[in-house]
Design a binder for this molecule. Structure first.
Ligand code: ATP
Ligand code: TZE
Ligand code: MG
Length: 267
């Protein structure tokens, strides 16, 4: 297997600089577990989150947003109705939307929902290896919301999924791979402690949405979001005592990370 190249620091710096300048409004339809860490991660990095969840408001708001996140972690009929309203309105308004297919392949209801969502032109998809394997139809392997497979084992599935859906696909784990089906970046940053704190993956998907809120290079935008989460996860781990303080250190790391620092790392 060929090894995809590592995303250069200068690309991460450029994408972060653009995000901070544009301060995108991100419409978030996510699960009940991670609302707070998701909103705080978006604020810390320089985006503007809003969790507009009512079916009556979702279409109106999605059309105004810079990007939309659909995370099916705690899916139920009322939330699904709001998601359908939001996705339809986002597509009509040209607003890019990102899918986090939490535990797809493990349960029938959410798997059917994902099948439907895949026909609705997501701009980006971010999942762990088990989720990407299941979405691509390569078999179900997750244990609840966690992956039982390594990210490298899902790279070929991610490339196929990108080609069939037109989305940029990020499969995360020890190394993250980000692909449009033709070109693939690796982002090797991160720390295993990130899997012991709920919402690091879900918050990353919200960052992916925020970084795609422009018309530039979408592959680089999604990869930069993965890189930022990984770099900040590493920094947070070295500044914390365990999962509790990791949450705070992670938000602090997102806030202090600067394009200038990133450019210096590439010298
Ligand atoms: N073993 C690991 N080493 C380093 N970083 C990791 C490791 N596993 C996951 N990460 C990082 O943790 C973050 C979340 O990725 P993960 O694949 O665990 O998502 P997830 O399973 O969807 O998580 P969640 O259940 O929190 O939504 C990513 O930034 C990823 O790079
Ligand atoms: C723990 C958990 N259960 C449903 S969604 C979720 C958060 C993350 O993936
Ligand atoms: Mg997840």
């Amino acid at each position: 297997m060929s090894h995809p190249p590592t995303l250069p620091f200068v690309v991460i710096a450029d994408e972060l600089e653009r995000l901070r300048a544009e301060h995108p409004l991100v419409h978030v339809l996510t699960n009940e577990v991670v609302q707070e860490i998701t909103a705080n991660a978006l604020l810390a990095v320089g985006a503007a989150p809003a969790m507009i969840v009512a079916e009556e408001e979702a279409a109106e708001f999605a059309a105004l947003a810079g990007a939309l996140l659909i995370n099916i972690g705690t899916l139920y009929p009322a939330r699904w109705a709001a998601m359908q309203q939001a996705v339809t309105a986002a597509n009509a308004a040209g607003v890019p939307w990102t899918l986090d297919p939490v535990a797809v392949g493990v349960l029938g209801y959410r798997t059917a929902a994902c099948r439907e969502l895949l026909t609705q032109h997501p701009a980006a998809i971010r999942g762990n290896a088990s989720e990407i394997l299941a979405l691509a139809g390569w078999g179900a392997s997750g244990r609840g919301v966690d992956s039982t497979a390594g990210s490298a084992s899902a790279l070929a599935a991610a490339e196929q999924l990108a080609r069939t859906t037109g989305a940029v696909v990020a499969v995360t784990g020890e190394i993250d791979y980000i692909t449009d089906g033709e070109t693939t970046w690796a982002t090797p940053w991160g720390h295993p402690l990130m899997t012991r704190v709920v919402g690091t993956g879900c918050a990353l998907s919200a960052l992916v949405a925020a970084f795609t809120a422009h018309t530039g290079n979408r592959l680089n935008a999604v990869a930069a979001a993965c890189a930022v989460a990984g770099i900040c996860g590493e920094r947070a781990q070295s500044a914390c005592d365990g999962p509790g303080s990791f949450r705070f250190s992670f938000l602090d790391a997102l806030y202090v990370l600067s394009p200038k620092q990133l450019r210096e790392l590439s010298l």
